[in-house]
Design a binder for this molecule. Structure first.
Ligand SMILES: [Zn+2]
Length: 418
Protein backbone atom coordinates (compact mmCIF):
# COMPACT_ATOMS: atom_id res chain seq x y z
CA UNK A 1 0.00 0.00 0.00
CA UNK A 2 1.51 3.30 -1.05
CA UNK A 3 1.20 6.21 1.40
CA UNK A 4 0.05 8.72 -1.26
CA UNK A 5 -1.86 11.52 0.49
CA UNK A 6 -1.40 9.88 3.89
CA UNK A 7 -2.06 12.32 6.72
CA UNK A 8 -0.84 12.38 10.32
CA UNK A 9 -4.13 10.80 11.38
CA UNK A 10 -3.19 7.63 9.50
CA UNK A 11 -6.04 8.41 7.09
CA UNK A 12 -5.75 9.68 3.52
CA UNK A 13 -6.40 13.06 1.93
CA UNK A 14 -6.44 12.43 -1.78
CA UNK A 15 -8.46 15.39 -3.09
CA UNK A 16 -9.11 16.11 -6.76
CA UNK A 17 -6.48 18.05 -8.67
CA UNK A 18 -4.05 18.20 -5.73
CA UNK A 19 -0.50 16.84 -5.58
CA UNK A 20 -1.75 13.56 -4.06
CA UNK A 21 -4.30 13.20 -6.86
CA UNK A 22 -1.63 13.87 -9.48
CA UNK A 23 0.52 11.16 -7.91
CA UNK A 24 -2.37 8.67 -7.91
CA UNK A 25 -3.09 9.40 -11.57
CA UNK A 26 0.58 8.99 -12.49
CA UNK A 27 0.65 5.67 -10.63
CA UNK A 28 -2.40 4.45 -12.55
CA UNK A 29 -1.01 5.51 -15.93
CA UNK A 30 2.29 3.78 -15.16
CA UNK A 31 0.60 0.55 -14.00
CA UNK A 32 -1.67 0.53 -17.05
CA UNK A 33 1.16 1.18 -19.52
CA UNK A 34 3.34 -1.49 -17.92
CA UNK A 35 0.52 -3.92 -18.76
CA UNK A 36 0.33 -2.71 -22.36
CA UNK A 37 -3.10 -1.15 -21.81
CA UNK A 38 -4.09 1.89 -23.88
CA UNK A 39 -4.44 4.84 -21.52
CA UNK A 40 -6.99 7.49 -22.33
CA UNK A 41 -8.31 10.50 -20.48
CA UNK A 42 -11.72 11.94 -21.17
CA UNK A 43 -12.67 15.62 -21.03
CA UNK A 44 -14.07 15.33 -17.50
CA UNK A 45 -10.99 14.25 -15.57
CA UNK A 46 -11.72 10.51 -15.71
CA UNK A 47 -8.99 8.06 -16.74
CA UNK A 48 -9.35 4.81 -18.68
CA UNK A 49 -6.97 1.94 -19.46
CA UNK A 50 -8.11 -0.37 -22.25
CA UNK A 51 -7.30 -3.98 -23.00
CA UNK A 52 -8.44 -4.00 -26.59
CA UNK A 53 -9.51 -6.91 -28.72
CA UNK A 54 -6.37 -8.13 -30.45
CA UNK A 55 -6.32 -6.93 -34.04
CA UNK A 56 -5.15 -10.12 -35.81
CA UNK A 57 -8.16 -11.94 -34.41
CA UNK A 58 -10.09 -9.75 -36.83
CA UNK A 59 -7.91 -10.15 -39.95
CA UNK A 60 -10.57 -11.79 -42.10
CA UNK A 61 -12.39 -9.91 -44.86
CA UNK A 62 -15.49 -9.85 -42.66
CA UNK A 63 -13.42 -8.49 -39.81
CA UNK A 64 -11.95 -5.76 -41.99
CA UNK A 65 -15.40 -4.76 -43.20
CA UNK A 66 -16.65 -4.69 -39.62
CA UNK A 67 -13.71 -2.49 -38.59
CA UNK A 68 -14.37 -0.09 -41.45
CA UNK A 69 -18.04 0.13 -40.48
CA UNK A 70 -17.17 0.71 -36.87
CA UNK A 71 -14.62 3.39 -37.81
CA UNK A 72 -17.26 5.19 -39.83
CA UNK A 73 -19.69 4.96 -36.91
CA UNK A 74 -16.97 6.33 -34.63
CA UNK A 75 -16.32 9.23 -36.94
CA UNK A 76 -19.99 10.15 -36.79
CA UNK A 77 -20.24 9.64 -33.05
CA UNK A 78 -17.04 11.65 -32.64
CA UNK A 79 -18.67 14.61 -34.34
CA UNK A 80 -21.51 14.74 -31.85
CA UNK A 81 -19.47 16.01 -28.94
CA UNK A 82 -16.15 16.65 -30.65
CA UNK A 83 -14.41 14.00 -28.62
CA UNK A 84 -11.57 11.73 -29.71
CA UNK A 85 -12.56 8.85 -31.94
CA UNK A 86 -11.59 5.69 -30.12
CA UNK A 87 -13.75 2.97 -31.61
CA UNK A 88 -14.73 1.28 -28.37
CA UNK A 89 -18.39 0.53 -28.37
CA UNK A 90 -20.14 -2.18 -26.41
CA UNK A 91 -17.16 -2.40 -24.06
CA UNK A 92 -17.03 -3.89 -20.58
CA UNK A 93 -15.76 -1.35 -18.05
CA UNK A 94 -14.67 -1.91 -14.46
CA UNK A 95 -12.85 0.31 -11.95
CA UNK A 96 -13.64 2.81 -9.22
CA UNK A 97 -11.98 5.99 -7.90
CA UNK A 98 -8.72 7.07 -6.25
CA UNK A 99 -9.85 10.23 -4.43
CA UNK A 100 -10.76 10.10 -0.75
CA UNK A 101 -12.80 11.82 1.94
CA UNK A 102 -10.78 13.83 4.51
CA UNK A 103 -8.85 11.25 6.55
CA UNK A 104 -10.42 8.41 4.61
CA UNK A 105 -9.31 4.80 4.55
CA UNK A 106 -6.97 3.02 2.16
CA UNK A 107 -9.57 0.78 0.52
CA UNK A 108 -12.55 2.94 -0.45
CA UNK A 109 -11.95 3.46 -4.16
CA UNK A 110 -8.39 2.20 -4.67
CA UNK A 111 -9.43 -1.40 -3.92
CA UNK A 112 -11.65 -1.35 -7.02
CA UNK A 113 -8.91 0.08 -9.23
CA UNK A 114 -6.14 -2.18 -7.94
CA UNK A 115 -8.41 -5.24 -8.13
CA UNK A 116 -9.32 -4.38 -11.72
CA UNK A 117 -5.64 -4.32 -12.76
CA UNK A 118 -4.97 -7.51 -10.80
CA UNK A 119 -8.01 -9.19 -12.40
CA UNK A 120 -6.57 -8.39 -15.85
CA UNK A 121 -3.27 -10.00 -14.77
CA UNK A 122 -5.19 -13.05 -13.61
CA UNK A 123 -7.18 -13.29 -16.85
CA UNK A 124 -3.93 -13.17 -18.80
CA UNK A 125 -2.44 -15.88 -16.60
CA UNK A 126 -5.48 -17.99 -17.38
CA UNK A 127 -4.96 -17.35 -21.11
CA UNK A 128 -8.25 -15.45 -21.48
CA UNK A 129 -8.58 -12.86 -24.25
CA UNK A 130 -11.21 -10.15 -24.53
CA UNK A 131 -13.76 -10.53 -27.33
CA UNK A 132 -14.88 -6.97 -26.67
CA UNK A 133 -12.86 -4.05 -25.24
CA UNK A 134 -12.24 -4.38 -21.51
CA UNK A 135 -11.43 -1.16 -19.66
CA UNK A 136 -10.41 0.01 -16.21
CA UNK A 137 -11.78 3.40 -15.15
CA UNK A 138 -10.66 5.89 -12.52
CA UNK A 139 -13.50 8.33 -11.95
CA UNK A 140 -12.73 11.87 -10.76
CA UNK A 141 -14.05 13.52 -7.56
CA UNK A 142 -16.13 10.49 -6.54
CA UNK A 143 -16.27 11.56 -2.91
CA UNK A 144 -17.07 15.20 -3.63
CA UNK A 145 -14.66 16.00 -0.81
CA UNK A 146 -13.19 19.07 -2.48
CA UNK A 147 -15.98 20.45 -4.68
CA UNK A 148 -19.08 19.24 -2.83
CA UNK A 149 -20.82 17.08 -5.45
CA UNK A 150 -20.15 13.34 -5.17
CA UNK A 151 -19.46 11.28 -8.32
CA UNK A 152 -18.74 14.47 -10.26
CA UNK A 153 -16.65 12.74 -12.96
CA UNK A 154 -19.31 10.13 -13.74
CA UNK A 155 -22.12 12.69 -13.43
CA UNK A 156 -20.43 14.90 -16.02
CA UNK A 157 -19.72 11.99 -18.36
CA UNK A 158 -23.33 10.76 -18.23
CA UNK A 159 -24.90 14.21 -18.43
CA UNK A 160 -26.27 13.99 -14.88
CA UNK A 161 -24.96 17.46 -14.02
CA UNK A 162 -25.02 20.66 -16.03
CA UNK A 163 -21.43 21.39 -17.19
CA UNK A 164 -21.82 25.10 -16.35
CA UNK A 165 -22.82 24.26 -12.80
CA UNK A 166 -19.90 21.81 -12.45
CA UNK A 167 -17.42 24.36 -13.80
CA UNK A 168 -18.42 26.84 -11.10
CA UNK A 169 -18.38 24.46 -8.11
CA UNK A 170 -15.99 25.91 -5.55
CA UNK A 171 -13.68 24.39 -2.98
CA UNK A 172 -13.20 25.87 0.51
CA UNK A 173 -10.68 28.39 -0.86
CA UNK A 174 -12.97 29.58 -3.63
CA UNK A 175 -11.12 27.73 -6.42
CA UNK A 176 -13.57 26.46 -9.05
CA UNK A 177 -13.63 22.98 -10.60
CA UNK A 178 -12.93 24.69 -13.95
CA UNK A 179 -9.87 26.52 -12.60
CA UNK A 180 -8.53 23.43 -10.83
CA UNK A 181 -8.80 21.19 -13.89
CA UNK A 182 -7.38 23.89 -16.17
CA UNK A 183 -4.29 24.02 -13.94
CA UNK A 184 -3.80 20.32 -14.73
CA UNK A 185 -4.01 20.88 -18.47
CA UNK A 186 -7.71 20.18 -19.09
CA UNK A 187 -10.08 22.45 -21.01
CA UNK A 188 -12.96 23.26 -18.64
CA UNK A 189 -15.09 24.48 -21.55
CA UNK A 190 -15.04 20.96 -23.03
CA UNK A 191 -16.57 19.05 -20.09
CA UNK A 192 -19.83 17.15 -20.63
CA UNK A 193 -21.40 13.87 -21.79
CA UNK A 194 -19.20 11.16 -23.28
CA UNK A 195 -20.65 8.94 -26.01
CA UNK A 196 -18.12 6.17 -25.38
CA UNK A 197 -19.20 5.82 -21.76
CA UNK A 198 -22.88 5.90 -22.68
CA UNK A 199 -22.41 3.05 -25.17
CA UNK A 200 -20.85 0.58 -22.71
CA UNK A 201 -22.09 -3.00 -22.62
CA UNK A 202 -21.87 -2.79 -18.81
CA UNK A 203 -19.98 -1.34 -15.86
CA UNK A 204 -18.82 -3.45 -12.91
CA UNK A 205 -17.46 -1.73 -9.77
CA UNK A 206 -15.70 -3.65 -7.03
CA UNK A 207 -15.72 -1.82 -3.69
CA UNK A 208 -14.95 -2.48 -0.05
CA UNK A 209 -18.22 -2.95 1.85
CA UNK A 210 -18.83 0.01 4.12
CA UNK A 211 -20.88 -1.54 6.87
CA UNK A 212 -20.96 -4.92 8.57
CA UNK A 213 -23.70 -6.40 6.41
CA UNK A 214 -21.47 -8.79 4.46
CA UNK A 215 -20.34 -11.95 6.25
CA UNK A 216 -18.92 -13.78 3.21
CA UNK A 217 -15.68 -12.62 1.54
CA UNK A 218 -17.50 -11.31 -1.55
CA UNK A 219 -21.07 -10.15 -2.20
CA UNK A 220 -23.17 -8.44 -4.86
CA UNK A 221 -25.10 -5.16 -4.59
CA UNK A 222 -28.87 -5.12 -4.96
CA UNK A 223 -29.48 -1.39 -4.57
CA UNK A 224 -28.12 1.95 -3.41
CA UNK A 225 -30.32 3.92 -1.06
CA UNK A 226 -31.51 7.33 -2.23
CA UNK A 227 -29.29 9.98 -0.65
CA UNK A 228 -28.36 13.63 -0.82
CA UNK A 229 -26.55 16.60 0.64
CA UNK A 230 -28.12 19.79 1.89
CA UNK A 231 -26.42 23.00 2.98
CA UNK A 232 -27.75 25.16 5.81
CA UNK A 233 -26.57 28.75 6.11
CA UNK A 234 -27.25 30.38 9.46
CA UNK A 235 -26.54 34.11 9.46
CA UNK A 236 -26.46 36.09 12.70
CA UNK A 237 -24.33 38.97 13.92
CA UNK A 238 -20.66 38.74 14.86
CA UNK A 239 -19.81 40.43 18.14
CA UNK A 240 -17.62 40.37 21.23
CA UNK A 241 -17.88 37.21 23.36
CA UNK A 242 -17.27 39.16 26.58
CA UNK A 243 -19.18 42.41 26.21
CA UNK A 244 -22.33 41.43 24.33
CA UNK A 245 -25.27 40.69 26.65
CA UNK A 246 -26.97 37.35 26.05
CA UNK A 247 -30.23 39.12 25.29
CA UNK A 248 -28.59 41.18 22.55
CA UNK A 249 -26.96 38.31 20.71
CA UNK A 250 -27.89 36.86 17.34
CA UNK A 251 -25.66 33.79 17.60
CA UNK A 252 -25.99 31.40 14.61
CA UNK A 253 -24.26 28.61 16.55
CA UNK A 254 -27.40 28.08 18.66
CA UNK A 255 -29.85 27.15 15.87
CA UNK A 256 -27.06 25.15 14.23
CA UNK A 257 -26.65 23.09 17.43
CA UNK A 258 -30.40 22.46 17.62
CA UNK A 259 -30.39 21.44 13.97
CA UNK A 260 -27.73 18.79 14.59
CA UNK A 261 -29.88 17.25 17.32
CA UNK A 262 -32.98 17.53 15.14
CA UNK A 263 -31.21 15.59 12.37
CA UNK A 264 -30.64 12.62 14.69
CA UNK A 265 -34.22 12.72 15.95
CA UNK A 266 -35.68 12.98 12.43
CA UNK A 267 -33.55 10.08 11.25
CA UNK A 268 -34.80 7.91 14.11
CA UNK A 269 -38.42 8.85 13.34
CA UNK A 270 -38.15 7.95 9.66
CA UNK A 271 -35.81 4.91 9.77
CA UNK A 272 -33.20 6.94 7.94
CA UNK A 273 -29.63 7.97 8.66
CA UNK A 274 -28.71 11.64 8.91
CA UNK A 275 -25.32 13.18 9.59
CA UNK A 276 -23.97 16.67 10.02
CA UNK A 277 -20.26 16.06 9.58
CA UNK A 278 -19.11 19.32 8.05
CA UNK A 279 -19.45 22.80 9.47
CA UNK A 280 -17.79 26.10 8.64
CA UNK A 281 -17.89 28.81 11.29
CA UNK A 282 -17.13 32.44 10.45
CA UNK A 283 -14.91 33.92 11.76
CA UNK A 284 -14.12 30.84 13.89
CA UNK A 285 -12.62 32.70 16.84
CA UNK A 286 -12.75 31.58 20.47
CA UNK A 287 -13.67 35.02 21.78
CA UNK A 288 -16.07 36.03 19.00
CA UNK A 289 -19.75 35.32 18.58
CA UNK A 290 -19.88 33.83 15.07
CA UNK A 291 -21.44 35.90 12.32
CA UNK A 292 -22.40 32.87 10.27
CA UNK A 293 -22.37 29.08 10.31
CA UNK A 294 -22.58 26.92 7.19
CA UNK A 295 -23.37 23.27 7.90
CA UNK A 296 -24.02 20.27 5.72
CA UNK A 297 -26.62 17.54 6.19
CA UNK A 298 -26.17 14.12 4.60
CA UNK A 299 -29.39 12.07 4.65
CA UNK A 300 -30.08 8.56 3.32
CA UNK A 301 -32.82 5.96 3.68
CA UNK A 302 -34.26 2.93 1.88
CA UNK A 303 -36.98 5.09 0.29
CA UNK A 304 -37.17 8.61 -1.16
CA UNK A 305 -40.18 9.39 1.07
CA UNK A 306 -38.12 8.69 4.17
CA UNK A 307 -35.23 10.88 2.95
CA UNK A 308 -37.57 13.75 2.04
CA UNK A 309 -39.47 13.48 5.34
CA UNK A 310 -36.20 13.53 7.28
CA UNK A 311 -34.93 16.64 5.48
CA UNK A 312 -38.31 18.39 5.85
CA UNK A 313 -38.24 17.77 9.60
CA UNK A 314 -34.68 19.03 9.95
CA UNK A 315 -35.54 22.12 7.94
CA UNK A 316 -38.58 22.86 10.10
CA UNK A 317 -36.49 22.49 13.25
CA UNK A 318 -33.74 24.76 11.83
CA UNK A 319 -36.23 27.47 10.86
CA UNK A 320 -37.96 27.28 14.20
CA UNK A 321 -34.70 27.52 16.15
CA UNK A 322 -33.33 30.29 13.93
CA UNK A 323 -36.52 32.32 14.41
CA UNK A 324 -36.20 32.08 18.19
CA UNK A 325 -32.59 33.28 18.09
CA UNK A 326 -33.23 36.03 15.50
CA UNK A 327 -30.94 34.32 13.01
CA UNK A 328 -31.56 33.95 9.27
CA UNK A 329 -31.43 30.46 7.83
CA UNK A 330 -31.48 29.21 4.26
CA UNK A 331 -31.34 25.66 2.91
CA UNK A 332 -30.09 24.49 -0.47
CA UNK A 333 -29.97 21.01 -1.96
CA UNK A 334 -26.42 20.42 -3.23
CA UNK A 335 -27.02 16.97 -4.64
CA UNK A 336 -29.65 14.27 -4.64
CA UNK A 337 -29.38 10.76 -6.02
CA UNK A 338 -32.47 8.66 -6.49
CA UNK A 339 -32.64 5.04 -5.41
CA UNK A 340 -30.55 2.76 -7.62
CA UNK A 341 -31.84 -0.74 -8.25
CA UNK A 342 -29.00 -2.47 -10.03
CA UNK A 343 -29.71 -4.28 -13.33
CA UNK A 344 -31.41 -7.52 -12.22
CA UNK A 345 -30.44 -9.60 -15.27
CA UNK A 346 -26.77 -8.63 -15.00
CA UNK A 347 -26.78 -9.30 -11.27
CA UNK A 348 -28.32 -12.74 -11.81
CA UNK A 349 -25.67 -13.51 -14.39
CA UNK A 350 -22.92 -12.49 -11.99
CA UNK A 351 -24.52 -14.43 -9.14
CA UNK A 352 -24.48 -17.54 -11.31
CA UNK A 353 -20.84 -17.01 -12.30
CA UNK A 354 -19.88 -16.56 -8.64
CA UNK A 355 -21.92 -19.42 -7.14
CA UNK A 356 -24.66 -17.32 -5.55
CA UNK A 357 -22.85 -14.96 -3.15
CA UNK A 358 -24.88 -12.82 -0.71
CA UNK A 359 -26.81 -9.91 -2.28
CA UNK A 360 -27.17 -6.75 -0.20
CA UNK A 361 -28.15 -3.06 -0.49
CA UNK A 362 -25.90 -0.21 0.58
CA UNK A 363 -26.31 3.28 1.97
CA UNK A 364 -23.17 4.47 0.19
CA UNK A 365 -23.21 6.18 -3.21
CA UNK A 366 -20.96 5.01 -6.06
CA UNK A 367 -20.12 5.81 -9.69
CA UNK A 368 -21.82 2.49 -10.56
CA UNK A 369 -25.05 4.05 -9.30
CA UNK A 370 -24.64 7.06 -11.60
CA UNK A 371 -23.79 4.88 -14.60
CA UNK A 372 -26.68 2.52 -13.90
CA UNK A 373 -29.12 5.15 -15.18
CA UNK A 374 -27.62 4.64 -18.65
CA UNK A 375 -25.94 1.24 -18.90
CA UNK A 376 -26.32 -2.10 -17.08
CA UNK A 377 -24.23 -1.81 -13.92
CA UNK A 378 -23.35 -4.11 -11.04
CA UNK A 379 -21.21 -4.02 -7.92
CA UNK A 380 -19.08 -6.54 -6.10
CA UNK A 381 -18.45 -5.93 -2.40
CA UNK A 382 -15.45 -7.18 -0.46
CA UNK A 383 -16.07 -7.94 3.22
CA UNK A 384 -15.22 -5.26 5.76
CA UNK A 385 -14.59 -6.99 9.10
CA UNK A 386 -15.23 -3.94 11.31
CA UNK A 387 -17.61 -2.07 9.05
CA UNK A 388 -15.53 1.09 9.51
CA UNK A 389 -15.24 3.24 6.38
CA UNK A 390 -14.47 6.89 5.55
CA UNK A 391 -12.05 6.71 8.49
CA UNK A 392 -8.42 5.65 8.98
CA UNK A 393 -9.39 2.27 10.51
CA UNK A 394 -11.11 1.07 7.32
CA UNK A 395 -9.82 -2.42 6.59
CA UNK A 396 -10.21 -5.54 4.48
CA UNK A 397 -8.31 -8.78 5.02
CA UNK A 398 -5.76 -9.66 2.28
CA UNK A 399 -7.45 -13.04 1.73
CA UNK A 400 -10.80 -11.31 1.12
CA UNK A 401 -9.17 -8.82 -1.25
CA UNK A 402 -7.72 -11.75 -3.22
CA UNK A 403 -11.13 -13.41 -3.28
CA UNK A 404 -12.44 -10.12 -4.66
CA UNK A 405 -9.84 -10.16 -7.46
CA UNK A 406 -10.74 -13.77 -8.32
CA UNK A 407 -14.44 -12.94 -8.37
CA UNK A 408 -13.88 -9.85 -10.52
CA UNK A 409 -11.74 -11.88 -12.95
CA UNK A 410 -14.49 -14.53 -13.16
CA UNK A 411 -17.07 -11.85 -13.88
CA UNK A 412 -14.95 -10.05 -16.49
CA UNK A 413 -14.17 -13.40 -18.12
CA UNK A 414 -17.88 -14.13 -18.35
CA UNK A 415 -18.79 -10.67 -19.67
CA UNK A 416 -15.88 -9.78 -21.96
CA UNK A 417 -13.99 -12.93 -22.92
CA UNK A 418 -16.73 -15.43 -23.83
ZN1 LIG B 1 -15.88 4.73 -2.86
Amino acid sequence: MRPIGRAGSGGYRRFSWTAADRECRAWFVEEARSRGLAVERDRNGNLFAWWDVEKNADASVGGLLASAASLAADAMAGDVHGEPVTGRRDAVLTGSHLDSVPDGGAYDGPLGVVSALAAIDLLRERGAKPRRPLGVAVFAEEEGARFGVACLGSRLATGAIDPARARDLRDADGVTWGEAMAAEGYDPEAIGPDTQLLSLACFIELHVEQGRALTAPVGLASAIWPHGRWRFDFTGAGDHAGTTRLADRRDPMLPFARTVLAAREAAMRHDAVATMGKVRVTPNGVNAIPSSVAAWLDARAPSEEAVRATVADVRAAAEDAAGRDRVEVSLSEESYTEVVDFHAELRDRLAKALGDPPVLPTGAGHDAGILSAHVPAAMLFVRNPTGVSHAPAEHAEPADCLAGVEALADVLDELACR
